[in-house]
Design a binder for this molecule. Structure first.
Ligand code: FES
Length: 174
């Protein structure tokens, strides 16, 4: 679930910079995905991923568009988007740094790792650095508890974190 401390953004801040409409090929893919399930609404998650890849993030406008493709209310789609940390409601950074905050990581010092990242990046959890380099997240268990505290950096897991190790990881992110 998204971190509770992320402030609600305004409509203006969430407006997508590009026209919100899938191409004919993408619409065909939507129909194909919907046809894979007894209930076509089961395709909502992959279609939201497609929307995010296409429009950069899932703005309220995008939510409304996708809702129309599924005959769902925009509020329903918004609930889904805000539940999963993999969907971004504002433009995301070139790199996603997601620190696990669940029990094992919490007991092993995840809070201190998050505070270190916030200080080094100059952003709070849920925010993106001004240069668009990094979006910082705090997420639920990533199933690598034996290496707590840990985080995911883009597609890669980083284990047994210390502030010094975090600094070395950040230096590699351009
Ligand atoms: S509690 Fe952090 S990976 Fe499971």
């Amino acid at each position: 679930m998204n971190d509770a401390r992320v402030p609600p953004a305004t409509h203006a801040a969430l407006a997508s910079p590009v026209p919100v409409a899938f191409s004919p090929a993408q619409l065909a893919e939507v129909r194909r995905l919907q046809g894979l399930y007894p209930d076509p609404r089961a395709a909502l998650l992959p279609v939201l991923h497609m929307a995010q890849d296409t429009f950069g993030y899932v703005s309220l406008e995008v939510e409304e568009y996708v809702a129309g493709l599924f005959a769902l209310s925009p509020a329903h789609v918004h609930e889904v988007v805000t539940f999963y940390t993999l969907y971004f409601q504002t433009p995301k950074g070139r790199h996603i740094v997601a620190v696990c905050h669940n029990l094992s990581c919490h007991l092993a010092g995840a809070r201190a790792i998050i505070e270190h990242l916030e200080a080094r990046l100059g952003v709070a959890v849920g925010e993106t650095t001004d240069d668009g380099r990094v979006t910082l997240q705090s997420v639920e268990c990533l199933c690598a508890c034996e290496h707590a505290p840990m985080m995911q950096v883009d597609e890669r897991y980083e284990f047994d974190l210390t502030p010094e190790k975090v600094d070395r990881i950040l230096e590699r992110l351009r």
